[in-house]
Design a binder for this molecule. Structure first.
Ligand code: HEC
Length: 183
């Protein structure tokens, strides 16, 4: 055999193997599992009983399917009613945050707007909370309204935030001033 002939033979063999590989019998199934049960050797009554059993199975499956459809419809309608009755920010917060949190997770939280905005931002950054553009603000506004910090604390937070830049400016001025006056 030439070298080419040998290569051809190997390729053919591989192709044959590939054709056979998915064959059910090679896959370890027995012929009994593959062939339809025949009704050879059954009496007429047995055949009738079998037909009835098959029909019963079919009807049961049909009923299950219908029950599932009904259930899905009821759930969809409840969801739609819920959507219509509750404001968008509330639903959005639930959609975006309740994938990881329980509904009552934030009940005890009281934060000012910057606190919530920072939390929502942190959830997005650290855990990949799936927010689209603009939703960060909607959710922060909603939470700051529903779970607001007591006014005194909120005022303190805002004051601290306002002080930040002022302190920075003052610090820069102070350092430069000292440098200029250094001997
Ligand atoms: C992908 C999962 C995930 C999503 C989505 C998510 N969180 Fe979280 N969140 C966490 C985990 C984990 C912690 C606990 C660890 C921590 O605090 O960093 C946490 C903690 C918190 C806490 C308590 C800690 C803190 O910062 O005081 C708050 C409040 C919170 N999440 C709010 C939210 C809000 C609001 C949203 C919706 C915008 C949200 N989370 C969406 C995973 C998630």
């Amino acid at each position: 055999m030439t070298r080419r002939g040998a290569i051809r033979a190997v390729c053919l063999g591989l192709a044959l193997l590939l054709c056979l590989a998915p064959h059910p019998v090679i896959a370890g199934m027995s012929y009994d599992q593959l062939v339809e049960p025949t009704d050879d050797g059954m009496t007429e009554e047995e055949r009738e009983a079998r037909r009835e059993a098959i029909e019963r199975d079919r009807q049961a499956a049909e009923e299950r399917r219908r029950a599932q459809e009904d259930q899905a419809r009821v759930e969809r309608e409840a969801q739609e009613a819920d959507d219509a009755s509750r404001p968008y920010p509330e639903r959005l917060t639930e959609q975006r945050c309740m994938t990881c949190h329980a509904a009552n997770d934030f009940d005890k939280e009281q934060r000012s707007w910057p606190g919530w905005a920072f939390t929502v931002w942190r959830m997005e950054l650290a855990y990949g909370a799936d927010l689209e553009a603009g939703e960060w603000r909607v959710i922060s506004d909603h939470l700051a309204e529903e779970h607001a910090a007591p006014p005194v604390r909120a005022a303190a937070v805002w004051a601290a935030l306002g002080m930040g830049p002022m302190v920075t400016v003052a610090l820069i001025w102070f350092i430069r001033h000292r440098r200029r006056n250094a001997p």
